[in-house]
Each structure stands twice: as C-alpha cells, then as structure tokens.
Design a protein around this ligand. Structure first.
Ligand code: FES
Ligand SMILES: [Fe+2]
Length: 436
C-alpha cells in the first residue's frame, strides 16, 4: 500500500499534479482525515443568526463529536461537548431550540445554557466522597471557539492557529458576501438536509469545478434557454447562470494556504440582484468591491464550509459520515432587512438551482455516486482531473487578486471554457501536509 504522502503527486516544475483514487475510497484514509482535519482543526459550526436570542441553541457534530452551540442568558456564545459528564450520554437531542437548561435523559443531571452543571439528581442522598466535589461537573467546553462576522468556527483541539490566521485572506472573500447589505447577512429560516453515497471531497471539489457545468447540468441550461424565449412573471428566477459558459465570460481561481479556494466568474451584471442598488453599493464599498460582489463566487473554507454567491447566496455545510457517505446541510443567506419582494425573489432564485428540489443539485449528487462506484476497484490508481489551467496558473497573486488586496498561493484566470482545475491544488497540498 502507498504511503499517504505518495497519494498526491505534486511536481510543479514538470507540470504534474495528480491525486490518487485511494484519497476518495480508502477507509483508513477517511479515519485519518477525521482525526487530522475534523478533530484537530478549525471546523465551521454555524452562523450566529441561527441562535439570536438568550438560551437559543443548535446541535452539530465536529467530526464524530456531538456539540451544542448555545447562547447563554447574558448573550454569550458557548461551544460545549454534548456529552454528559456522568456517563457520557448525549445530553441535548434537538437540532435547535431555546432552553434555559439541558436535562440528561439517563440519570437526570442538568446543565444551564452556559454549560454549567445546575443539578446532580439526588446529590444530597448520594453519599459522595468530598473528592467528587473537587471535580468540575460542567459540560466541557470545546477547546477553541471563535467567530468571524457571524460565521462560527470551533476546534476540538487547542493546537490550532488563531481563527484569523486559519482564515487568512478568506476573510476578505467572506466580507464580499457580508458587506452586500449595511447590516450584514442572516440565515433565512429553514434548512435542507440531504446525503449522498460518496466521499465528502466530491462536494468540496464540485463547488469549485467550472468544467462540469455544461455537461452535468444540460437540463438546467435548456430550461434557462426556454425561459429566455418566453414571457416571465416579474418574480421568476433570473437567468444569471445562463451565459456563464459563453466564450466572452471570464473565470478565475485563487488557492490559499489551509486548503481554502475560490472560483469566480463574470456574468452579465444587469441580471444580478444587486444591480439596482449598484450606486449605493459603490458609495459604501467602492467600485472594485461592487464589481466583485456581482461576480459569481464559489468559496471553499476548508474543510466543511462552502459559500456559493450567484443569484442567491447558499451556505453549504459538509459532514463526512464514512469514506463513501456524506451529509450536507444547506441554508439560504440573505441581507438583513431586505424588502419582502426582494426576499421572495431571492428565495425563488435559491430554490431554482440549489438543493435536492432544485435543478442542479440532483445532477451533482448522482454524479458523486457514479464517481464513487466508478472508483470502487483498485485497478485504476490516478485521477486525471487536476490538470486544466496548468499552463496559465501562476504562483502568488495575479492582477485580480491584487485588485482585492489578497495574497493567494496560486492564481489563474482565462475564458470560462478554460475551466481551470489547478484551483484544487491548494486543497490537496494542505491535505497532504495535514495527513503527514
Ligand atoms: S449519563 Fe447523564 S446523568 Fe447519567
Ligand atoms: Fe454542479
């Protein structure tokens, strides 16, 4: 069997970058990924707007560990291991809610919304030795917990860089989403869960894979063409993606340290939902950032967050379950305080493309499962899917990155048809470093 470091064949001087298929299909690799990236690194755990009120909570998993993200009575946020200090039971079984206290269903210990133990059932009658009282009985806080502009991240290990260092220039790209409205973004209530029988990195790759668009989503494109030729209701979804594969459009990509990456595409700005507000936006954030806000941008924040900004903003959270099973949670992000008609239009846009009920996601998830099945045999070792754009990719920032004031490890830009694949290299270079 190959050593894990030999699963990424990275020879920039020779124009070679190859990923071995065991990266997607070996259960031992999956176990190591869980330990290295999901249980020893920063993981996205939620958006602050999911728990706006005192005692609001959500439950999530960090790798394989259940966690409660809770706002206490003073408004302070906490990330708590959702495991009773008594005998380990999961304490909170709800995905979200509002609770002053969480009661363990096994022996009835109880914890406040700040994680503090507030009841040990029949404590007085328990004949505990005084040594027991020396122990802390509170829900154990997750080792690291921090937020950037409403996006909450946590790490089960304290052996991580500060969050701002982990995110690096990705903060600028998150700003491009958040600053679209003066009061920032919020999650629209409602959430979509789905799962597919394939490796989690299929989703991580697919979101920044421009190459698959026309071949995987022909029915979506045909529908867009039909819509363009027919009279439309005022609140019908805009066809912002329709021309995303025309030769005059440009695409580009940035790869960052820590495995983050972004693909951007120019689209006709007149169709963009921000277009009517462009003057106000320009005076608030300047012409360059206004232009970038009206480009489609697919951002991966390694390992489990994706922010897809096009006609609507989708936030997707990736939860690996096993080497060939993945759960996705999907949310619609929207500017705080937008008008009811704008919100309605946004939701129609969001439903149109994303999620199992949309016109694109089912194509993608079926393909992920096809890939997983196609790779089942060890007969074929190497993928050939990380090579497009190699001649155009440069190390460091290009003029587009300079415009944004960011310092990616790699940059590339060209026609949409170039459909670069070097954008995946940052992911696998970080992966290789983390698995070593
Ligand atoms: S395991 Fe929670 S009270 Fe016993
Ligand atoms: Fe797709």
């Amino acid at each position: 069997m190959r050593h894990v470091l030999d699963l990424i064949d990275d020879r920039p001087d020779e124009g070679v970058f190859r990923v071995h298929r065991d990266v997607f299909r070996d259960p031992a690799i999956f176990e190591l990924e869980m330990a290295r990236f999901f249980e020893r690194g920063w993981v996205f755990v939620g958006h602050e707007s999911q728990i706006p009120l005192p005692h609001d909570f959500i439950t999530v998993r960090i790798g394989r560990s259940p966690v409660i993200i809770s706002r206490d009575g003073q408004g302070q946020l906490h990330a708590l291991n959702n495991s009773c200090r008594h005998k380990g039971s999961v304490v909170c079984h709800h995905t979200s809610g509002n609770r002053r206290a969480h009661l363990c269903p096994y022996h009835g210990w109880s914890y406040g919304s700040d994680g503090r133990n507030i009841l040990i059932k029949d404590k007085a009658e328990g004949d505990y030795a005084s040594a027991f009282d020396q122990d802390n009985h509170d829900l154990q806080a997750v080792a690291e917990f921090a937020q950037y502009r409403g996006f909450m991240f946590a790490s089960l290990s304290s052996d991580v860089p500060p969050l701002h260092a982990h995110l690096g220039d990705v903060r600028t790209l998150i700003d491009l989403a958040v600053d679209q409205a003066p009061e920032g973004l919020e999650l629209v209530p409602g959430v979509v869960h789905y799962r597919f029988e394939a490796n989690w990195k299929m989703q991580l790759e697919n979101t920044i894979d421009a190459y698959h668009f026309a071949s995987t989503h022909p029915s979506y494109l045909r529908l867009q063409e039909r819509r363009a030729s027919m009279p439309q209701r005022a609140d019908a979804p805009q066809t912002i993606w329709q021309s995303a594969n025309k030769p005059q459009e440009m695409m580009g990509a940035f790869g960052f340290p820590q495995g983050h990456a972004m693909v951007w595409t120019t689209t006709p700005v007149e169709n963009h939902p921000l277009y009517p507000q462009r003057d106000a936006l320009q005076s608030r954030v300047g012409p360059v950032r206004t232009q970038w806000m009206m480009r489609t941008r697919q951002l991966n924040v390694f390992p489990n967050l994706q922010i897809a900004s096009s006609a609507a903003i989708q936030m997707r959270v990736i939860q690996p379950v096993s080497v060939d099973r993945t759960e996705i949670t999907s949310y619609c992000l929207a500017p705080v305080g937008e008008s009811a008609p704008q919100r309605r239009q946004r939701l129609r846009q969001y439903e149109d493309f994303f999620n199992p009920s949309g016109l694109a996601t089912p194509d993608d998830t079926v393909i992920f499962e096809d890939c997983q099945r196609g790779m089942a045999s060890g007969a074929i070792e190497w993928q050939q899917g990380h090579a497009r754009g190699m001649q155009r990719r440069i190390f460091g920032p290009d003029e587009h990155a300079q415009e944004l004031g960011i310092q990616p490890l790699t940059s590339v830009s060209g026609t949409f048809e170039m459909s670069d694949e070097t954008v995946f290299h940052a992911l696998y270079r970080h992966w290789r470093g983390g698995m070593a």
